[in-house]
Ligand binder design. Structure first.
Ligand SMILES: [Zn+2]
Length: 208
């Protein structure tokens, strides 16, 4: 509840915008992302595969309904007015550290559909599996593509690494723009170690 406004206010950067531009010019078939902030879609990339889900949605673990986070946020704040102004420590992942004493009176919003009590951000938490339909959609994108461009990922999550394995097995070249080592270094044909916010606009200028 306290971390969300920061996430919701985030804007796409030059890397997000360049990928959308590349796609608009027919130079990129599609975007598969491990990010959960929705910024590729906000930048204009169509049909993004959100491999690890999307923080803009909330899912009910009882009835599997999905709801807009903005709507759930409105309920959270209305039901917990005392928590709106207390001091919190914001974490880079969108969480906020709240002192335990403030949590005792916390009022859970119920599922708008089934009144269940188990709502969660519709993202893949550490240790959870990627949703089968997202994994399938991502693999289909790779199979339809001529090549794979990895941007800003160490590929440590198997859900992303396996896409590189599939591309490599199919003889498709893999390029990466990434700082530091990736799990797929042995499969990558060319790696550029400069920030993607710089590299992608340059690439975009070259080919569009
Ligand atoms: Zn429900």
């Amino acid at each position: 509840m306290r971390g969300w406004p920061t996430v919701a206010a985030a804007n796409p950067n030059a890397a997000h915008r360049s990928l959308a531009d590349l796609q608009a010019h027919g130079k990129l078939a599609g975007v598969i992302t491990q990010n959960v902030d929705g910024l590729h879609s906000a930048a204009g990339s169509p049909d993004v595969v959100d491999l690890h889900g999307n923080l803009h949605r909330v899912r009910c673990l009882d009835c599997a309904g999905t709801f807009s986070r903005a709507d759930i946020q409105t309920r959270l704040e209305a039901q917990n007015p005392d928590l709106r102004d207390i001091e919190v420590v914001l974490a880079p992942d969108g969480d906020a550290q709240v002192a335990a004493e403030f949590l005792e009176g916390f009022v859970l919003p119920l599922c708008p559909r089934c009144s269940g009590e188990r709502l969660k951000p519709d993202v893949v938490f550490f240790g959870e599996n990627v949703a089968a339909n997202d994994a399938t959609a991502a693999m289909a994108r790779v199979q339809a593509a001529d090549a794979l461009l990895v941007v800003g990922s160490s590929l440590m999550a198997f859900s992303a690494f396996r896409l590189c394995q599939a591309a490599h097995r199919a003889g498709k070249p893999i390029f990466a723009i990434n700082h530091g080592k990736t799990r797929a270094d042995e499969l990558i044909a060319l790696k550029i170690d400069i920030p993607c916010e710089r590299a992608l606009p340059l690439l975009c200028n070259l080919v569009t």
